[in-house]
Design a protein around this ligand. Sequence first.
Ligand code: 5GP
Length: 177
Amino acid sequence: MQILIAEDTLRQRVAALPQEISSDHPNGVHLVCVLKGAFVFLADLIRTMTCEVTLDFMAVSSYGPSTRSSGQVRVLKDLDSGLEGRPVVIVEDIVDTGLTLAYLQEILRARGPRSLKTACLVSKPSRRQTNVAVDYVGFTIDDLFVVGYGLDSGERHRNLPHLAIVTDSSRAASPTP
Ligand code: 5GP
């Protein structure tokens, strides 16, 4: 698979984002990590945050076995604690059509956070189907399907230290586990 964003480039950009988030939240922030794809991004982000950080995790499914968003989002694991009055930042892996994030923002906003922002590792603006706000963006890419750094294709490749492009031929060539 072709490398789209190398490990060093990822590290440098991900190290810069916490400064933006911390300076917008000097009194601390509650991060909501969207599993599974954002777990590596979250782990790197929090280690250079300078404000006080609390964490929670949510798991959603927007794809099923396919690599195209169905637009139907299922909550597989909900948060352990409430959001009322808290400054919250959603930590997402990728904003593609934006349908998943728009749904998440709607259900989390209904829980009464003091503020609600979103950080994503990768944004694909050319694919957007809804006008969703993303406050902190690691990288903007074209219409490509990427894996690595926590992102999967059929649960594989999450462990790659870089972001790689998956083509239809590389998917076909990969053995099914
Ligand atoms: P959306 O609802 O914005 O179309 O899709 C959001 C979700 O689809 C992301 O959180 C991510 O899990 C998945 N997704 C979208 N594009 C990609 C991609 O290029 N690679 C991988 N591995 N997942 C993607």
